[in-house]
Write a protein that binds this ligand. Structure first.
Ligand SMILES: [Zn+2]
Length: 71
């Protein structure tokens, strides 16, 4: 089984510097799809929030055809 885990470090979109993971894991160390993890850039100190990808198909268009607006 794949274990979902965020990157410990990402590249800053703004300055290209290194952003380090701020968010600690749960007590059991488990990460779930949809968890929001925050990173802080060491250079420009920008904060980045990422949402962990889910294991659903991730396609929001999948609900097409069930648009309640038709009524
Ligand atoms: Zn930066």
């Amino acid at each position: 089984m794949d274990r979902l885990e965020p990157e410990q470090e990402i590249v800053c979109v703004d300055c290209g510097g290194r952003c380090f993971l701020l968010t600690p894991p749960r007590e059991d160390g488990e990460w779930l799809p949809g968890d929001v993890v925050a990173y802080r850039c060491e250079d420009c100190l920008d904060r980045w929030d990422l949402v962990l990808p889910g294991d659903d198909d991730g396609d929001p268009d999948g609900v097409d055809g069930q648009d309640p607006d038709w009524a």
